[in-house]
Design a binder for this molecule. Structure first.
Ligand code: HEC
Length: 120
């Protein structure tokens, strides 16, 4: 029953219609992929900055820095909230120099790195 409804339509579909559909699909695919990249970029930036700048201490525990992924070290800090953590990262705290010593990093880059560092 369903076959008899669908099959004649498929057989009669002109090639040009199929081509148009494929073109639209290709355009949609390209723009959809572009839109989807945005949050990924923020995460990428965070990881990049972390690897280049913050890892020295937060990847190793040097100067007693709270290590990435160490919930025991991060949980009480996270309770301050991201804005407070960001302020301390920007201004420096204890043995951490301002911006983790990355004077070239923008506020947004430091924020991305903080979020990467304290992610759940
Ligand atoms: C030279 C070592 C060092 C580097 C590099 C460094 N940190 Fe830190 N960071 C520390 C230490 C040590 C602490 C703990 C400070 C304290 O509580 O006395 C800390 C604490 C923090 C905290 C918690 C602040 C709070 O309020 O509890 C955040 C967030 C942070 N660092 C982010 C970063 C980011 C992001 C980077 C890279 C851009 C970075 N750190 C680079 C040593 C470093």
């Amino acid at each position: 029953m369903l076959d008899s409804v669908i099959r004649p339509q498929q057989r009669n579909t002109p090639l040009s219609v199929t081509k148009t559909a494929l073109t639209i699909a290709a355009i949609c695919y390209a723009s959809c992929a572009m839109g989807a990249e945005e949050p990924e970029n923020t995460a990428d930036t965070g990881k990049q900055i972390f690897d280049q700048v913050c890892f020295t201490c937060h990847g190793t525990g040097m100067h007693d820095a709270p290590v990435i992924g160490d919930g025991f070290a991060w949980d009480p800090r996270k309770e301050k909230g991201i804005p407070a953590l960001l302020q301390n990262a920007l201004n420096g705290l204890g043995y951490m120099p301002p911006r983790g010593s990355c004077t070239d990093c923008s506020d947004a880059e430091i924020e991305a790195a903080v979020k990467y560092l304290v992610r759940d």
